[in-house]
Structures are given as structure tokens and as C-alpha cells.
Write a protein that binds this ligand. Structure first.
Ligand code: MGD
Ligand code: MGD
Ligand code: SF4
Ligand code: MO
Length: 695
């Protein structure tokens, strides 16, 4: 008998590290397998649109290479030689090692390490509860938002902005430093709607011709790390041509006269020399945003991944405060809404047992931490044991040579909880198989919008896989960590969190699927004042007073400009390293995730570097030749793609490919620095000086 399996639709939420956090309708076949995934139509931000890689998620969740049994290392570190063991045996082994390190070095010798492979709050952040309950070394998450957020809050005082759905009501949408077509497709959907329905202009600002740039009405392709100069020149024109909104400036900003005087010497000619844009392009852009009150500045992460990125984010954010666009629906700015939720995370993260005197180690400096850099270790003991969940530092973290050297240390014990045999898992002593989002319950906030969403378990996991929560609870029992949430279910933790935060309860949220927590117009547009005691937008950033969680001042923060400026602190090119490299996202991958799925893999083909034809000719390179890139941190070989859409002297390599996909086995992050970026740390992924030669 060959009965046709029944297809049902179940609600869910995309767990991947993407500002869109889409509401999903998932086809479930015969109660067991996943079919096509659709965007939920009635969630007003997702509005039925999701990216192609998640629509074909069956490729990832039913992938034949998924990890389904705990493994113990039997060969040298990184060799990939493992033998299966039982769950109890595996957890005992991890606990024994953690207890030994604790006895010998104190609890700070253990460093639980995680990131946003899943954005579900219970599965992502539950590991913090174990950290705090045991006083293990704390984790300072800087790799993604570390530069951008301080730049935004230095001006606005709070991490929120105009309702992102208002983009559809704008007359001009400026997509600044984000390749939205690839990285958060919904931004494009709303902007294109504004173009169709109201004739809105779309401006894109990037350093090469991305798909987003191709779809824009005005595409500004500037030199990497020069957005601050562009912003200054725009502000110069706004004052010069008397299109600055002085009523708004007087009422809502801290130092408009100083700003006006300051940008007088920073006009289009000055900025043209720095940015590489023409004077006419800068004038046109300034006139457009100055004369279009409903201009929506959608500020992305990409342009913050420079050593001067925080200053540039702040500079760009100053523009709508000069035009007064904030006062209009469809006007203002948006970077992230992470500041709107204000959830009580006591149960999820164990905040009630957190000891602030325990050292915090910087996620981005994992290579330095693991290779014994005293400053990165904050003068404390070495790290000798790690639990890694939801992240793949051997591919995604900067200065890969140091990271790999660290993970290869014979005296370091590593447990990696993963869905696939990533590079990080391959270097582990114990590998544990993890569930995927459709196989567990979780609660989701978002960066790119304002919904709080619940996603229930939809199918059973493969036999052998356990959720992050189960692993954390299982380890807690074995290492003597105490907290009530270790014996609660994810549903109980979510219910407690919702109730205590004033968001009803889980039963209700499960029925409604999401809560729209967008603050009222007046608040989101800061019409009652910005997030500082005097309510004023700060043109004069006080970098030591950023109202955002941080771990103190980092990098050359003392040299940061206060008023918007071009801050020339980025890696210089010179005779030895004449190219600037950016490591921008690949459309079909999400960081290192989806590098394992067949369609994504075949669309992206292989690691490549985009190079202008004139540079290629000078180096004697033809399309598809192998090129070697290097700097003082290391070198790697990959194929060249000759491309007119990247300017001479600029190189772009898209995607965080597994190191093994490169000809020498060294990933693109071999070239990226792990020095702390001002003011609070983070990685300058798109600010890399390199040499290039025919290999
Ligand atoms: N398909 C896909 N989607 C993703 C991801 C992915 O890897 N692939 N990653 C996810 C994650 S974790 C995040 S944080 C977001 C990030 O998404 P985005 O906010 O889009 O940030 P980036 O991907 O870092 O870079 C965006 C663009 O900034 C450009 N850029 C680099 N330097 C500069 C500069 O100095 N000035 C300007 N104006 N532009 C510059 C890059 O070339 C790139 O095209 O995307 C998420 N979504
Ligand atoms: N060169 C370069 N490097 C970059 C960037 C760049 O632009 N250029 N971007 C940086 C940015 S913005 C970020 S945010 C980081 C992100 O870096 P990562 O956080 O490492 O992101 P992913 O590569 O997606 O890896 C997440 C891992 O989590 C696993 N995972 C997913 N869900 C679960 C789960 O429920 N449980 C467990 N145990 N595991 C799970 C996935 O299988 C995957 O291997 O990368 C950074 N690295
Ligand atoms: S656009 Fe982002 S949030 Fe939406 S489905 Fe794709 S990866 Fe997930
Ligand atoms: Mo990120």
C-alpha cells in the first residue's frame, strides 16, 4: 500500500542569526518530515517573504551528515577520528574534566562559549546559567554587534528606532552598509513596496556592487571605512543649503551650532577625496535626503565592521537628526530593536546567581585567549576546558591561525555540541549531537523588527540528538551547579519569563504566535526625547558614557572623534599590503551555516575573491586562476573572480566557507585581525590589508 503522506502546516520561527527572524509556516509531511517552509503572511514584518535557503530547510534538517550520536576523540586533535559513546558516558566525561580543571585552576579555568547559531533565548542563552551558577569565566559577546551598537546608542541613547514597517511609507529608503537582498530580504520587500506604491527612491551605500546596489535607484560605492566622511559632507550641504531643520535641531539635539561650524571644512570636495565618490554623487545624495522629509535610514552592520565603524555608525545616524526626518512617519532611522523587549531573563540566564567579579573573556579574542595572551586572559588562569554551543569559531573567528593553534592544545579539553561535524567539532574531545529548531520549543526576540515570537516543537529529533537545554541541565547535575531552571522544561522557563516580563503567558502566546511590541510612534521616533537624561540627540558622542552593556573601554577609544568625522584608524595599505579586503556575506550561506547543504553549496560553488580587471591584469591573473592572499597573520589560496563591480585596490571574498574548502585549508578569517576595536571591542571583518599574488 502506498498511501500519500498527509501534509500539515505548523507555525514556527526562523532561528538563524538574521535580523529578520521570520515567522514561518512549515509543511510537515506525515508528521515526521519537513517539506517546504513559507513565510507567515499575517505577521506584518515577515509578510509572507523568506529567503530561499530557509525555504528549502529539508536539506539541512534531514541532511545525511547530521550528527546523531555522542562521539569521543580517539585520534590526534583535529584528525576527525572519533568513536561513538553513550550519552551518560559522554556527559560524565565532560563533567569529570570540568571538575578537574576547577580543582586545579579554579572555576575560571572553564570557559563556556556560545553564540547565535540559534537565536532562541532558552537554547542560545541557557549556557549562561551554567556559567554563572559555577562562576566559570564569563563570556563577552562582541563578534557581531560589538562595534555597531555603541555607535548607534552614542547618538540615540537607546537601541531602537522607527518601526521598520514604516519603510513602506517612506519616500526615500537609504540602505546603508547592509546587503539586504542577501542578509535580510524583508528590508528589500518593504523598501520595494514603497517604490511601487509611492515612487520612493532606494539608495544603497556599499563598497562594491552587491545585488542590493544593483536594485537601488542611487548606488553609492565608496572606499571601505569612509562612511563618516560621506556623512559629514551630507551634513555640510544640509547646513550650507539651509535645508537643515533648525526647529528640530534646537529642540532635539545637543550641539547643532558646533556641528555646523565643524562640518564647514568637511564639504563634498573634502569627502570626495576620501570616499572616492564624485562631488556630484555626494551633492545629489545630500539634496535627496535633505529635501525628502520621509527618508528612512536603514543602517546595517556591514559598515560597522571597520576599525572606525562605531564612529561611522554614529556619523550616519546624525543625518536624520539634522534633517528632522525623525518627526515624520516613514522617516528617521533604524538599526536594531534589541532594546525594546526588556525581558526578565533571570531563569534563562541565571542572572540571580551571576557574580560580576568573575572575569569576562572576549568572544572575538578567542585565539588570543586560547594561546595564552595575558591581556586577553585578564591576568587570570589559562582556559583549560570549554563547552561550545551554537557557534563555529574555527571558521568564523578572526586570526584563524591562533584559533586553530589554541584548539589544538593537548592540555585543552573541549566539548562541542553541534548539528554537524564543523571545524570546531572536529577539534573537540567530545562531540554531542544537537536538535534543530523544529525539534524543540523556544522563544524569539528580533533585531530587525519588534515581534516576540514562540516556536513550538514540530517534529521529533533524530534519535540520539538532545537540545542545548537538556545538555546544560545534564551537565549542571554532574558538576554541582544549582539553579531552579535546570529542572524546569523550556516551556516552563518561557512561561515564567513571559509572566514576569508582563507579556501574558505561554498558553496565550502559543495561540497568538507573536506579540507586536513596537513602541508607540512618539517613543520610537524619540519625539519625547532621546535616551539621555537631557533628552537630546548627541552630535557630540561621549564614548565613555554609552548606555549599553559593555566590558569597559577597548582599543584606541581615546582617539575617537566626538563630533562626526573621518577617523583614519583603519588598516593602511602600503607597498607590502596594497589591497583592502572585505569578507562580506554570501547569499546562500548564513555565516558558516548552510555551507553543508547541497543547493547552497552548489550556488556558491567555491571560495573566491572578487578583483577589478585592472588589478587582475597587473597581477597577470585570468578568470578562475588561483591567487594567494596574505598579510602578517597568515596566507591562503583561492580562486579569483574578475569583476567590474569592485573598485581597483579593493578585494571582496564572500562567505564564511569552511577552511577545508580553500586550497591550503586556511579560511578567509586567517587574514582578519583579532585586535579589539574601539570603543568596546569587536572585529573589523571588512577592514583587512593584504597582498595578492598569482599562485
Ligand atoms: N545570506 C546571509 N545572510 C546573513 C548572514 C550571512 O552570512 N549570509 N549573516 C547574518 C548575520 S550574523 C548578520 S550580523 C547580518 C549582517 O548583515 P549586514 O548588516 O548586511 O552586514 P554585513 O553582512 O557584515 O555587510 C553588509 C555589507 O556591508 C558592506 N561593507 C563593508 N564595509 C563597508 C564600509 O566601510 N562601508 C559601507 N557602506 N559598506 C561596507 C559589505 O560589502 C556588505 O555588502 O546578516 C545576517 N544574514
Ligand atoms: N570573515 C567573516 N567572518 C565572520 C563574519 C563576516 O562577515 N566575515 N561575520 C561574523 C558574524 S556577524 C557573526 S554573528 C559570526 C557568527 O558565527 P557563528 O555564531 O559561529 O554562526 P554560524 O556559522 O551560523 O554557526 C552557528 C553554529 O551553530 C550551530 N547550531 C545552530 N543551532 C544550534 C542549536 O540549537 N544547538 C547547538 N548546539 N548548535 C546549533 C550550527 O550548526 C552552526 O554550526 O560570524 C562572524 N564571522
Ligand atoms: S531571511 Fe533571515 S530570518 Fe528570514 S528565513 Fe531567511 S535566514 Fe531566516
Ligand atoms: Mo552577526
Amino acid at each position: 500500500m502506498n498511501a500519500v503522506a498527509e501534509v500539515t502546516r505548523r507555525p514556527s520561527v526562523c532561528p538563524h542569526d538574521c535580523p529578520s527572524v521570520c515567522a514561518l509556516d512549515v509543511e510537515v509531511i506525515g508528521g515526521k518530515r519537513i517539506g517546504r517552509i513559507h513565510g507567515a503572511r499575517d505577521q506584518t514584518y515577515t509578510s509572507g517573504v523568506i529567503c530561499a535557503k530557509v525555504a528549502r530547510y529539508w536539506e539541512r534538517i534531514h541532511h545525511p551528515d547530521r550528527l546523531t550520536e555522542p562521539l569521543r576523540r580517539v585520534g590526534p586533535k583535529g584528525s576527525g577520528q572519533f568513536a561513538p559513546i553513550g550519552w551518560d558516558e559522554a556527559l560524565d566525561l565532560v563533567a569529570d574534566n570540568f571538575l578537574t580543571v576547577e580543582r586545579e585552576l579554579g572555576p575560571e579555568g572553564v570557559w563556556p562559549y556560545f553564540y547565535a547559531g540559534t537565536m532562541g533565548l532558552v537554547m542560545r542563552d541557557g549556557i549562561e546559567r551554567l556559567t554563572h551558577a559555577k562562576r566559570y569565566s564569563r563570556f563577552h559577546g562582541t563578534i557581531c554587534v560589538g562595534i555597531a551598537w555603541p555607535g548607534y546608542v552614542a547618538g540615540a541613547g537607546r537601541l531602537m528606532g522607527a518601526d521598520p514597517r514604516e519603510m513602506a511609507k517612506s519616500d526615500c529608503v537609504v540602505i546603508w552598509g547592509t546587503n539586504a537582498v542577501a542578509t535580510q530580504v524583508n528590508v528589500m520587500a518593504h523598501a520595494v513596496r514603497a517604490r511601487k506604491e509611492r515612487g520612493a527612491k532606494i539608495v544603497a551605500i556599499d563598497i562594491y556592487e552587491t545585488e542590493t546596489m544593483r536594485q537601488a535607484d542611487l548606488a553609492l560605492c565608496l572606499r571601505p571605512g569612509t562612511d563618516g566622511a560621506l556623512a559629514c559632507a551630507v551634513i555640510h550641504v544640509l547646513f550650507r543649503d539651509r535645508i537643515a531643520d533648525w526647529d528640530y535641531l534646537e529642540r532635539y539635539t545637543d550641539a547643532p551650532y558646533e556641528l555646523e561650524a565643524h562640518v564647514r571644512s568637511r564639504g563634498p570636495a573634502w569627502a570626495s577625496a576620501i570616499t572616492g565618490l564624485s562631488i556630484a554623487q555626494i551633492e545629489d545624495f545630500a539634496a535627496l535626503v535633505g529635501r525628502t522629509k520621509r527618508t528612512f535610514f536603514r543602517l546595517g552592520y556591514g559598515f560597522s565592521r571597520q576599525r572606525n565603524g562605531a564612529a561611522n555608525m554614529h556619523a550616519a545616524l546624525c543625518i536624520p537628526a539634522v534633517t528632522g526626518a525623525w518627526a515624520y512617519e516613514g522617516g528617521g532611522a533604524f538599526h536594531s530593536n534589541s532594546g525594546v523587549y526588556k525581558l526578565r531573563k533571570t531563569m534563562i540566564e541565571g542572572l540571580d546567581v551571576r557574580d560580576s567579579s568573575v572575569r569576562r573573556l572576549d568572544q572575538s579574542r578567542i585565539g588570543s585567549v586560547l594561546t595564552g595572551d595575558a591581556e586577553a586572559l585578564k591576568g587570570g588562569p589559562p582556559v583549560r576546558a570549554m563547552l561550545v554551543q551554537n557557534t563555529n569559531p574555527l571558521a568564523v573567528a578572526p586570526h584563524q591561525e591562533k584559533v586553530r593553534r589554541g584548539f589544538s592544545r593537548p592540555d585543552l579539553f573541549t566539548c562541542v555540541h553541534e548539528q554537524f561535524m564543523t571545524d570546531t567539532a572536529r577539534h573537540a574531545d567530545v562531540v554531542l549531537p544537537a536538535t534543530m529548531f523544529l525539534e524543540h520549543d523556544d522563544l524569539y526576540t528580533a533585531g530587525g523588527h519588534q515581534h516576540l515570537q514562540f516556536a513550538p516543537k514540530v517534529i521529533e529529533p533524530p534519535e540520539g540528538c538532545r537540545s542545548n537545554h537538556e545538555v546544560i541541565a545534564g551537565l549542571a547535575r554532574r558538576v554541582g551547579a544549582e539553579h531552579p531552571a535546570f529542572s524546569m522544561s523550556p516551556r516552563e522557563i518561557i512561561d515564567w519569563t513571559l509572566r514576569e516580563s508582563g507579556y501574558g503567558d505561554l498558553a496565550t502566546l502559543e495561540t497568538t504566535r507573536w506579540l507586536d511590541l513596537q513602541p508607540p510612534f512618539e517613543e520610537a521616533h524619540f519625539l519625547g526625547g532621546f535616551g539621555f537624561p537631557d533628552g537630546k540627540f548627541r552630535f557630540k558622542a561621549d564614548w565613555t558614557d554609552a548606555p549599553i552593556a559593555n566590558d569597559g573601554m577597548r582599543g584606541p577609544w581615546r582617539e575617537m572623534p566626538s563630533l562626526p568625522d573621518h577617523w583614519p584608524i583603519n588598516e593602511e595599505t602600503d607597498e607590502d599590503c596594497p589591497f583592502k579586503l572585505a569578507t562580506s556575506p554570501a547569499r546562500n550561506f548564513l555565516n558558516s551555516s548552510f555551507t553543508e547543504t547541497p543547493t547552497s553549496r552548489s550556488r556558491e560553488q567555491r571560495p573566491e575573491v572578487l578583483m577589478n580587471p585592472s588589478d587582475a591584469a597587473r597581477l597577470g591573473l585570468a578568470q578562475g586562476d588561483v591567487v594567494q592572499l596574505g598579510n602578517e597573520r597568515g596566507r591562503t589560496r583561492l580562486h579569483v573572480r574578475i569583476f567590474e563591480g569592485v573598485n581597483p585596490g579593493i578585494l571582496v571574498s564572500e562567505g564564511v566557507w569552511p577552511p577545508a574548502a580553500f586550497l591550503d585549508g586556511w579560511g578567509i578569517n586567517t587574514l582578519v585581525g583579532d585586535d579589539s576595536v574601539a570603543p568596546h571591542g569587536g572585529v573589523a571583518f571588512h577592514d583587512v590589508s593584504v597582498w595578492a599574488r598569482r599562485a
